[in-house]
Design a binder for this molecule. Structure first.
Ligand code: XMP
Length: 518
């Protein structure tokens, strides 16, 4: 990105493998300061070149007392840039600057009360005796020269430390998790009182910069974008269209596995409202033919993925020479926490929906959201006038309804699933719960059960309702939907959907279940 003006005020987060590193980044960005996460192995020259206003050393699962624990360059502390070490980060500061870290008999995990001891800019306007979230094994037994303890808890005499002259700070607890009551204030104090950052990471200004960046990068070349109707690809399409107009060509591939009314909605939104060059390709027959007799979930996914690549390539070629493929890849897809279990390697998630396409078609990738979180993409979409209906959509999987029909995927079974799914969406929306749920949908089971309708015996399909709450899809809880709503859903589905005589509710969390059934 060439958003240099916005990036002048950036914070560097060095990741030592904590499960909370992304929380730190999100908190910093919520405070309107740009930041990036880099592995702790980032060479010193690159750290220096990053030109950060402040550096945060994350927590991590290792102990500085272990032989191969991840370290950082001592020169980091001579740059004159304010540094905040969190948990492992604080122990690392102590270890490297000549203090002592000792093993603790008991790991301290969970809530603790933070008692403030000395004035520190880090704790300006922070309430005394607030709850903080601890998660550590080691503790500091001797401070490095120049440091003093500024807060303690019952179990940690050194819950927070500082060297006010060198502007180096350490917290034993995690300010980035919601359980730490004053966490945001403490992080903000670091950003604004200590690093003197300005609040300039704003989505309004970002839109202009991103548009310019896309123009610079793409020039007069043509860009093809696979529109799925989901939030990320939709916002990407609107943004790129603002930048290059008709040189963006969107393809929406109807694989026959879409929710009821989806195709029409995408067509009217993008073609009619946003005037985007959009072709809808009806490839349902091809996808369904290839899926014939496949019942294994992985085989279904592979078949759909391969057919998608085949159709997309064929259709894109028909439409001329494209140089770029646009994708809505997000920051969490790009960087995952560094894992030290198997050595300091960075695990990068591959984008599973169009894997292989760019190489196969010899296309360069255009991924304007590689540095953004999903919430930020949503703000960006709203900023560009996109309707809430698109921005607040629940996620929908690439393989579509095929992985919600257990067993054979046939047109008849798709029709049954679509009808039930439509009722679930209607009623969940009517109950005002749509935005509270991560996802809510129907699953068609491969079993039939006996029922009685009127005076006749029936022998028909079972439909499951799946509704979950989640913040990221990685873990999820089954939603405690009101009984009235469940009752209404069951009644409507059994009465209105031909072929279903029984409705069940899935009460499995993730883990050990997954959100989708296949
Ligand atoms: P699971 O079923 O693994 O799903 O708990 C987690 C989240 O990911 C979505 N999902 C997919 N999304 N392509 C996608 O774009 C896929 O192949 C895919 N499989 C699962 C799922 O809907 C849930 O939100």
């Amino acid at each position: 990105m060439t958003t240099d003006i916005l990036h002048e005020q950036k914070i560097l987060i060095l990741d030592f493998g904590s499960q909370y590193t992304q929380n730190i980044a999100r908190k910093v960005r919520e405070s309107q300061v740009y930041c990036e996460i880099h592995p702790c192995t980032l060479p010193f020259d690159e750290i220096k070149a990053f030109n950060a206003k402040g550096i945060i050393l994350s927590g991590g699962p290792a102990s500085v007392l272990e032989k191969d624990s991840p370290l950082c360059d001592r020169k980091l502390f001579e740059l004159g840039i304010p540094i905040l070490g969190i948990c492992y980060g604080m122990q690392l500061i102590t270890h490297i600057l000549g203090g002592k870290v000792a093993p603790s008999k008991n790991r301290e995990f969970g809530r603790a009360e933070l008692m403030l001891k000395e004035f520190s800019h880090l704790f300006e306007e922070v309430k005394n005796n607030s709850v903080v979230w601890m998660s550590h094994g080691d503790r500091i037994s001797k401070l490095p020269n120049g440091f003093k303890g500024i807060a303690f808890t019952d179990n940690s005499p050194m819950a927070a430390i500082e060297d006010p002259v060198a502007h180096i700070y350490g917290l034993q607890f995690h300010p980035e998790v919601v359980h730490t009551m004053e966490g945001t204030r403490i992080l903000n104090n670091f950003l604004f009182k200590i690093c003197q950052c300005a609040k300039n990471w704003k989505m309004e200004s970002l839109v202009e910069y991103m548009i310019k960046d896309i123009r610079d990068k793409v020039g007069k070349s043509k860009v093809v974008c696979g529109l799925s109707g989901g939030v990320d690809s939709s916002v990407a399409a609107v943004l790129i269209h603002k930048a290059i107009g008709d040189n963006l060509h969107c393809l929406f591939i109807d694989n026959g596995l879409l929710r009821s009314g989806e195709r029409d909605k995408v067509e009217s939104t993008f073609r009619d409202n946003f005037n985007i060059n959009l072709d809808v390709i009806d490839a349902a027959d091809k996808f369904l033919d290839k899926l014939k007799d496949i019942t294994d979930p992985e085989q279904k996914r592979k078949s759909i993925g391969n057919t998608f690549i085949e159709v997309f390539e064929e259709e894109a070629k028909k439409r001329g020479d494209f140089t770029f493929l646009a994708q809505g890849t997000l920051y969490p897809d790009v960087i995952e926490s560094v894992s030290f279990k198997g050595g300091p390697s960075v695990v990068i998630k591959s984008h599973h929906n169009v894997g292989g396409l760019p190489e196969k078609m010899n296309l360069k990738l255009l991924e304007p959201f590689r540095e953004l979180f999903k919430d930020e993409v949503r703000v960006l979409g709203r900023e560009m006038g996109m309707p809430d209906e698109i921005i607040n959509r629940q996620p929908f999987p690439g393989p579509g309804l095929a992985i919600r029909i257990l067993g054979d995927v046939t047109r008849e079974r798709l029709k049954i699933l679509c009808a039930g799914d439509k009722i679930i969406l209607e009623e969940v929306k009517a109950a005002g719960l749509y935005n509270d749920l991560w996802q809510s949908f129907a699953v068609l089971l491969p079993v039939k059960t006996v029922g009685v309708m009127g005076d006749a015996r029936t022998y028909e399909n079972v439909m499951a309702i799946r509704a979950v709450t989640s913040t990221d899809g990685m873990t999820a809880d089954w939603a405690h939907l009101p009984y009235e709503l469940l009752g209404k859903l069951s009644n409507r589905i059994i009465n209105e959907v031909h072929g279903v005589n029984r409705v069940v509710y899935d009460i499995s969390s993730k883990p050990p279940g997954t959100i989708e059934w296949e």
